[in-house]
Design a protein around this ligand. Structure first.
Ligand code: ASP
Length: 340
């Protein structure tokens, strides 16, 4: 089969132009991307494009958008060697995390990329990002796709998507992955970090999930946090799960008032997933008393998951599993390499 890549355009700065009247950046027609990047025509492989009818700023992304992307990939899975998704950077880590869960038994590359500067500007980072992402999506090693994972390519580095966070609104290196090594570095050559790249289960067919349960929220604690406010949040009608960002290695206040609110909510069925506010490192609730007392309330250890991976994993598991016990078990397991 001729090597082929499908480029899916969802919106974001990479495909935006300045609106002359308002001077704000607004998405433009995808066909203009090919005009802006004539180098695309030089690729020796088949390159097709699919543009969302209404490209969006990624701040407007929601789970229905993720379902659409998953469905497009499923419908085109046998026709292409790999997929590139052009996406705004603001929520790219959420989308890459969500897609990693929604695509089970993935054995082909799904590479998210975008840019900090619009593609029609002279100093744009968009050209380099899109051209390299396509090359990675088409790459084979020993007759197999080089990176059979949902990834983010940005600023010369390829990351596992569900390990990333947007770290800069300015730098061309907009993303980081503190708790997992880069999957590839691009210089003169593309250097793949083979030992870090997932090995697909052979002979398993791709299965997609299109449902996410949005009965979730996040809560970042801070010194002096008001326990009455916490109480209100934990008792929001319909809330099924919450990702709590704690201090250091998963530590939290030990006051009876604080702990009793969590214990009561968890006892009545709320799932509380504990991740750390630190960018580097992991939740280990047995290190300090401030961790062990919090653990006793029944919170689940999210180890070194990013907030983006934790919240999308929780939504995904709530939508696709029947029991709270099952969800709690899976939250602590690595489903797609999102947790160490
Ligand atoms: N606001 C834009 C977006 O996320 C920013 C970008 O693409 O870099 O869609």
């Amino acid at each position: 089969m001729e090597t082929s890549v499908l480029v899916i355009y969802t919106g974001g700065t990479i495909g935006m132009k300045q609106n002359a009247k308002t001077e704000t950046l607004v998405p433009f027609d995808f066909s203009e991307i090919e005009k802006e990047v004539p180098e695309l025509k030089q690729f020796k492989y088949k390159l097709d494009t699919h543009s969302f009818k209404n490209p969006i700023d990624s701040s407007n992304i929601d789970p229905s958008f993720w379902s659409n992307i998953a469905t497009i990939i499923k419908n085109n899975y046998d026709l292409y060697n790999g997929f590139v998704i052009l996406h705004g950077t603001d929520t790219m880590s959420y989308s890459a995390s969500a897609l990693s869960f929604m695509l089970e038994n993935l054995s082909k590359p799904v590479i998210f990329t975008g840019s900090q500067l619009p593609i029609n500007l002279v100093r744009t980072d968009g050209k380099e990002n899109i051209l390299s992402a396509i090359e990675i999506a088409a790459s084979q090693q020993d007759g197999r796709p080089a990176v059979p994972e949902v990834c983010i390519f940005f600023g010369n580095t390829l990351f596992r998507g569900n390990r990333t966070t947007k770290q800069s609104a300015e730098d061309f290196s907009a993303f980081c992955s503190h708790n997992y090594p880069a999957l590839a570095k691009l210089g003169v050559k593309i250097k793949y970090n083979s030992s870090a790249i997932a090995k697909p289960k052979s002979n398993e067919v791709l299965k997609i999930y299109t449902e996410m349960d949005t009965s979730v929220t996040g809560l970042k604690i801070f010194p002096g946090i008001n326990c009455d406010f916490i109480d209100k949040i934990l008792n929001i009608k319909g809330l099924k799960g919450i990702v709590i960002e704690t201090f250091g290695s998963g530590n939290a206040p030990t006051s009876e008032k604080f702990l009793s609110k969590f214990k009561a909510a968890i006892d009545s069925g709320l799932i509380v997933l504990n991740i750390t506010q630190c960018q580097v490192g992991s939740v280990e609730m047995d290190l300090y008393e401030t961790g062990t007392l919090f653990k006793k309330t029944g919170v689940i250890c999210g180890k070194d998951m990013t907030f983006e991976a934790a919240i999308t994993k929780l939504s995904f598991l709530l939508a696709n599993n029947k029991t709270v016990t099952e969800i709690k078990e899976k939250l602590q397991e690595s489903l797609r390499g999102e947790i160490s």
